[in-house]
Design a binder for this molecule. Structure first.
Ligand code: MN
Ligand code: MN
Length: 267
């Protein structure tokens, strides 16, 4: 049995434009525990792999500068106790402390990042820890040996410069073919921003960016990965923007699918 620990991170102080993702973990849990969908993952079917989802609840975040230390400590504790940490955001700023803790235990990771946005801003509106900047901080700190970005459809000149500077493998949405997404070397960290999905599939996000991924394409990209997955996050669910709980349902499905991938690929 593979233990995966869900860690709720109810924070959105580093969001631009809208608040709301602080309520994300609660909405994801409600969808996870609802009987309205089967909950059966497609990934790993037939392999007989099993996993247990342990819920550590929400961290008592102060919505202040000490939160990154709190997040890092909780992710480190999960790893020390033999669980794979799976962070539920919250906004995307949480990936920096989460990856820092995982890299401290496993060394630099290969990151498979799903997002409409590269999140590589040197800073955004003066905030170096903005949800638009986590991967700039991660790469500067040497926490990743590879960053593959899937779903990208908002690359501007500054972020294109950052892609070149850091050697990011940024895969544009235009002409997207899931069969051509690289198979990453382990250990892998999966970071999933729900706005990488098309807003028709996932309207419950702060930033609507049409022309995105389908759930099926996401599963094809995940299913291609064969290396051990040592940590994950799922971020940017904004329940205020959701329609009939559809995005929370997709988020819960992705928690199960990524967990099934963790179990299937365990090293
Ligand atoms: Mn995004
Ligand atoms: Mn993001």
């Amino acid at each position: 049995m593979h233990h995966i620990r869900l860690i709720g991170l109810p924070t959105d102080i580093n969001s631009s434009f809208l608040r709301g993702p602080a309520a994300g973990p609660r909405a994801i849990r409600a969808a996870l525990h609802s009987d309205h969908a089967s909950g059966t993952p497609q990934i790993g079917q037939g392999f007989g792999e099993d996993f247990s989802l342990e819920d550590a609840g929400d961290l008592p975040l102060a919505e202040g500068p000490s939160d990154f230390d709190t997040i890092r400590a909780a992710v480190s504790l999960a790893l020390e106790e033999g669980a794979v940490p799976f962070c539920l955001g919250g906004d995307h700023s949480i990936s920096y402390p989460a990856v820092a803790a995982v890299a401290a235990a496993h060394g630099p990771v290969s990151i498979l990042h799903f997002d409409a946005h590269p999140d590589l801003y040197d800073d955004y509106e003066g905030n170096a820890f903005s949800h638009a900047s986590p991967f700039a901080r991660i790469l500067e700190a040497g926490l990743a040996k590879d960053l593959v970005q899937v779903g990208i459809r908002t690359l501007n000149r500054h972020q294109a410069d950052q892609v070149r500077r850091f050697g990011v493998r940024s895969i544009p949405m235009l002409g997207f073919d899931p069969g051509k997404v690289p198979v990453l070397e382990g250990p892998i960290y999966v970071s999933f921003d729900l706005d990488g999905l098309d807003p028709a599939v996932a309207p419950g996000v702060s930033h609507h960016e049409p022309g995105g991924l389908t759930v099926r394409e996401v599963l094809q990209v995940l299913d291609r990965q064969i290396a051990p997955v040592v940590g994950a996050d799922l971020v940017e669910l904004n329940p205020d923007r959701d329609v009939n709980g559809i995005t929370a349902t997709v988020a819960a499905k992705l928690v199960r699918e990524i967990s099934a991938l963790i179990a299937r690929n365990r090293g």
